[in-house]
Design a protein around this ligand. Structure first.
Ligand code: IMP
Ligand code: MG
Length: 199
């Protein structure tokens, strides 16, 4: 069987077709192995950055960050608490609506805490700006952003991400948590979607 080379590893086309139900993906942009290596070094950098600090709260911005967050926190070698924020901006489509709704904020007090906001991808930056507003209101001790992917399109970001997994191409990306209308979140790699398959 022909093996498709993906980064440091290989995935059989039949395996990819089984995962996607036969819907075509344009190309694999980051393999599972490349992602794992990058997440490990982000975890190391974060561990070092908070040396000497008592407190660290990692807030995952759902839903897109759920896989990245769960891998990342297991690569942070220090005590850490985990909670979530839920925001919704895209609805079912693949272009940003510009409307960012904050659907859930952590019940735990945030005042005086070191917080890292973990985001799947920074695209227009609307979501991040809205989250900054919501979190800044709590009087945190520190707030940093860790984004798995950054498209570097946003021109008016209230704050830049301190940690970025990958500077991403401007394609619509799927997998490893990222979705069009809830599909493809489970892919272990990140792929760009073919035109005809964009919701
Ligand atoms: P922004 O508000 O335009 O920066 O978009 C942020 C949110 O939109 C992300 O947290 C994702 O959930 C979603 N998003 C943006 N670009 C993509 C993409 O290429 N694939 C999947 N989701 C995306
Ligand atoms: Mg989404």
């Amino acid at each position: 069987m022909v093996e498709l080379a993906v980064g440091l590893g290989t995935l059989a086309p039949a395996h990819i077709a089984a995962l996607t139900g036969g819907r075509s993906i344009e190309r694999i942009v980051y393999s599972a192995e490349e992602i794992a290596a990058r997440v490990r070094s982000l975890g190391d950098e974060i561990t070092r950055a908070y040396e000497g600090e008592d407190d660290l709260l990692v807030l995952g911005l759902l839903k897109g960050s759920f896989i990245f967050l769960s891998d990342l926190v297991r690569c942070i070698s220090r005590p850490v608490q985990v909670d979530f924020l839920v925001a919704s901006s895209y609805g079912a489509g693949t272009t940003s609506s510009g409307q960012v709704e904050l659907l859930y904020q952590p019940a735990a007090p945030l005042t005086g805490r070191n917080v890292i906001l973990v985001e799947d991808i920074v695209d227009s930056g609307n979501t991040l700006n809205r989250m900054m507003e919501a979190l800044d209101a709590h009087g945190l001790k520190s707030l940093e952003i860790c984004a798995l992917l950054h498209k570097h399109i946003a021109s008016d970001l209230a704050r830049e991400a301190r940690w970025v997994g990958f500077d991403a191409p401007r394609d619509f990306l799927v997998g490893y948590g990222l979705d069009p209308a809830e599909d493809f979140r489970h892919l272990p790699f990140i792929a760009s979607l073919s035109e005809q398959d964009q919701g």
